[in-house]
Design a protein around this ligand. Structure first.
Ligand SMILES: C[S@@+](CC[C@H](N)C(=O)[O-])C[C@H]1O[C@@H](n2cnc3c(N)ncnc32)[C@H](O)[C@@H]1O
Length: 192
């Protein structure tokens, strides 16, 4: 299984906070674009990708949302905002709840999410200053961590860098969703 973890320090953490303008809900628009690029293809979807959101915006951080598309009829790429809103509304303290098949929500910190995935997966941080993605050995079970428009939090990043490998997709600063397209394409070309 391949995983993406999208971190946002400002994305809204309640269903109610997501009711208005997505741009004002902590740039939920970026989160939505990233998910679409992570798990959907033209007329199909990526069964072997699990997408994680870790949101730290107001009013109830942190929130961990996990999405794996199992059946296209239950998740529409045209209405990801409603799905995220529904998941946030149904979150309950102390429980990891499956709200729609393959879609879970819980209260869990960024480092805890990474720590749990690190037990069975290779961890990569998407970072412009990292090693060239094209030169790095990548296993079938891998995790790519990226930030929103504000990037990854400095303190947590310092800790993660002790065990994870930083990888760069090129010399420019790309949109979060663009980095996902490039990573997925590299993995496709290597048949990972
Ligand atoms: C729009 S960028 C964030 C820009 C933010 N101002 C910063 O300095 O981190 C969103 C995310 O994409 C990833 N990213 C952007 N450009 C990259 C590159 N050249 N190589 C690897 N990852 C990149 C990083 O994880 C970054 O947090």
């Amino acid at each position: 299984m391949k995983h993406f973890i999208y971190f946002s320090s400002s994305a809204a953490t309640s269903g109610k906070a997501l009711s208005g303008d997505l741009m004002k809900a902590g740039r939920m628009d970026i989160a939505i674009h990233s998910l679409i690029q992570g798990v959907f293809l033209s007329k199909s979807f990526r069964e072997d990708v699990t997408f994680h959101f870790v949101f730290y915006g107001m009013p109830d951080p942190p929130k961990h949302i996990e999405i794996q598309v199992k059946d296209e009829s239950s998740i529409s790429k045209k209405d990801v905002a409603s799905l995220i809103k529904k998941l946030l509304y149904k979150c309950k303290e102390g429980e990891k709840r499956e709200i729609v098949p393959g879609c879970f929500v819980e209260k869990k910190s960024f480092l805890k999410v990474v720590e749990e995935l690190a037990k069975k997966n290779q961890i990569f941080i998407l970072d412009k200053k990292g090693e060239d993605l094209r030169e790095v050995d990548i296993k079938k079970d891998c995790v790519f961590i990226l930030g929103d428009h504000e990037g990854l939090p400095k303190k947590e990043l310092k800790r993660l860098k002790k065990t994870a490998t930083s990888v760069s997709i090129g010399p420019k600063t790309y949109f979060a969703s663009q980095t996902i397209v490039i990573v997925n394409n590299e993995l496709d070309r290597r048949n990972i």
